[in-house]
Design a protein around this ligand. Sequence first.
Ligand code: GDP
Length: 299
Amino acid sequence: FGRMKAGLAKSSSRLTQGLGDLFTKRKLDDEALEDLEDLLITADLGVNTAAKVTGLLSKTRLGQDITADEIKTILADEITRILEPVAKPLEIDPARKPHVVLVVGVNGAGKTTTIGKLAMQHKQAGRTVTLAAGDTFRAAAVEQLKVWGERTGCPVIARDTGADPAALAFDAVTQSRQQGDDLLFIDTAGRLQNKTDLMAELGKVVRSIKKVDETAPHSVLLVLDSTVGQNAHSQVETFGEMVNVTGLVLTKLDGTARGGVLVALAEKFGLPVHAIGVGEQAADLRPFEARAFANSLVG
Ligand code: GDP
């Protein structure tokens, strides 16, 4: 937990400092409210959240003196209220052998790394886990997953570069099922430059998985790089059109001032946030906790 706080410290700096600058014992008038609303929008919290918080303050505190700490408390409470319903760990159905997790997202978002981290956690929890290198387009992606396989002691199902990802997914579910695994993670390509191709490819992968197990995939994780800020919205929309996204993982919250986007995403889409990435190492995946996140966001 200490590391989660440390990992997130940087993501809060802009908002924290902004709030401190804005409210050094200042009367809460319309101008102050407007400044606050701008600050919240700049911090990626979204227009709705910004309007809600300022509306709440306007109703209860307009014309009164207010300190930065008081604003922070109100803000943290409001953010917690928004985040609580989406803070849900990834649930693995023990009746599924395997529970199939399809992992999607744009290149560089952190899919492969997140799969490695999740594999480590579930392996340590005593589950049998197999990884499938479904991004057959990039040799580096396959190699990277193999490295994670070695690191975590999980078998990796891979094919040569350029192989059909749907055929690979079919083989992976078949083999994992024969092994009686608890979990199978399937990596995918994320070439968003060609949306039509990617959509067709992901559709085919899902149909292939269903040929082996019609209830699968049991989870579809969308991995988002939090440093892209507002772009995360269009990624949720785009991937939502391609596959039935069941949950999110936000990565790179260690090196960014843009953690606020998570609040906007929670309010807009209401998708479960299963975990957050706070570094490149195996241990750098944290459960997503609403109160802790809200507190560290406002500082
Ligand atoms: P993919 O293309 O979606 O599979 O993305 P990768 O898993 O290859 O990740 C892209 C880069 O981001 C790699 O250099 C990772 O080490 C890095 N990365 C992934 N998650 C995190 C994170 O939570 N924090 C930081 N700092 N880097 C991350």
